[in-house]
Design a protein around this ligand. Structure first.
Ligand SMILES: *[C@@H]1O[C@H](CO)[C@@H](O)[C@H](O)[C@H]1NC(C)=O
Ligand SMILES: [Zn+2]
Ligand SMILES: [Zn+2]
Length: 337
């Protein structure tokens, strides 16, 4: 009997963005480790410190410590000022290319620092709180997936279905509608997959690292890194480094609407996501953020959020998961015969 089914393909991670930061584990003030100069560029890239000059060193100085503390605060990690395990794990995780700094927080947060027992909002907006407007509400935005900026292995219909679901999740919560159009040039929101330098001044970086980015209203560009291994269904794609298209699409649409990154690790608008992680459910934080910009959809209530299906717990997925486990067990058994 030969069983060749569902074995996860484990890709080597050599050369994958940010993997070399692993050697910085436990570095802190006073350390001198190869790679710290690169880390300074990373932290500058996402808005945590001033851009270091060409002559920057691998010395862990006070500026780097301040930047690491800022990063830890923003990502809701224990604030140690050192490159501890949790911090490095987060730094090395794939993430959105939008910086964490170019944002403002709602006034209510400024008014209630450390409010006892109170729920402090953790969402942010782009500076100036730009949003889509229409002189004649309701707001209906058209979107199109580029017919040319694609990845060959994803069926166009599957990509369109992913974006339909992702837009629908936001549309439920606010009085804003989204309609798909075939007229890419005329669409308010233009979605496309691009690799490397693609003409907007913010190049992509190959596998993992930066996954995508989007621009603040009313720009409407939503770009995904064509070098990722995108998955539309983990049940049929066992690639270890696969990134869930729907999760990143939902996140980037939040930017298109005007949200910045949230400090809440559960929020869709948190900046990072792991390979094979699925995070498509809007949290209360995401919804309160987008409703602060657009108001609430009259048919929507926050209490309905918990009813949104987590796809990972649907019976079909559980079954598929068990089937895969069974196959793996079979393969192991067969190999040992
Ligand atoms: C953090 O610890 C976990 C579990 O021990 C390990 O798998 C992971 O590689 C560590 N991360 C770093 C950056 O060293
Ligand atoms: Zn983002
Ligand atoms: Zn771009």
């Amino acid at each position: 009997m030969v069983v060749v089914l569902g074995l996860p393909v484990v890709h080597g991670h050599g050369g994958v963005a940010w993997h070399s930061f692993k050697q910085l584990l436990d570095a802190g003030r006073g350390s001198h480790v190869t790679g710290l100069a690169e880390l300074k560029r990373y932290l500058a890239r996402f808005g945590y410190m001033a851009k270091p000059g060409r002559d920057t060193t691998d010395a862990f100085d006070e500026h780097l410590e301040v930047a690491v503390r800022r990063y830890q605060t923003r990502l809701s990690l224990p604030v140690t000022g050192r490159l501890d395990n949790a911090t490095l794990d987060q730094i090395m995780s794939p993430r959105c290319g939008v910086g964490d700094d170019d944002v403002e927080r709602p006034v209510s947060v400024a008014l209630s620092p450390g409010a006892q027992g109170g729920v402090v909002s953790r969402f942010t907006f782009f500076k100036g709180e730009p949003r889509w407007t229409r002189s004649d509400p309701p707001i209906v935005l058209s979107y199109a997936v580029s017919p040319t900026a694609t990845v060959g292995y994803l069926p166009p219909a599957a990509v369109r279905a992913v974006f339909q679901r992702a837009f629908a999740r936001w549309a439920r919560t606010i009085p804003v509608g989204f309609v798909e159009t075939d007229d890419y040039e005329a669409a308010d929101i233009k979605v496309g997959f691009y690799a490397g330098n693609h003409g907007d001044g913010v190049p992509f970086d190959g596998p993992l690292g930066i996954l995508g980015h989007a621009f603040s209203p009313k720009n409407g560009r939503l770009h995904l890194d064509a070098s990722e291994h995108w998955a539309v269904d983990f049940d049929v794609d066992a690639t270890a480094s696969a990134i869930d298209l729907e999760s990143v699409a939902t996140h980037e649409i939040g930017h298109v609407l005007g949200l910045g990154h949230s400090t809440s690790p559960r929020a869709v608008m948190y900046p990072s996501i792991k390979p094979r992680e699925k995070k498509v459910r809007l949290t209360v934080d995401d919804v309160e953020g987008v409703q602060a910009l657009y108001g609430s959809n009259p048919q929507f209530s926050l209490s309905s959020l918990s009813e949104q299906g987590t796809s990972s717990s649907s019976p079909r997925r559980l079954l598929a998961g068990s089937a895969r486990l069974l196959c793996t067990v079979l393969v192991i058994l067969v190999t040992q015969l």
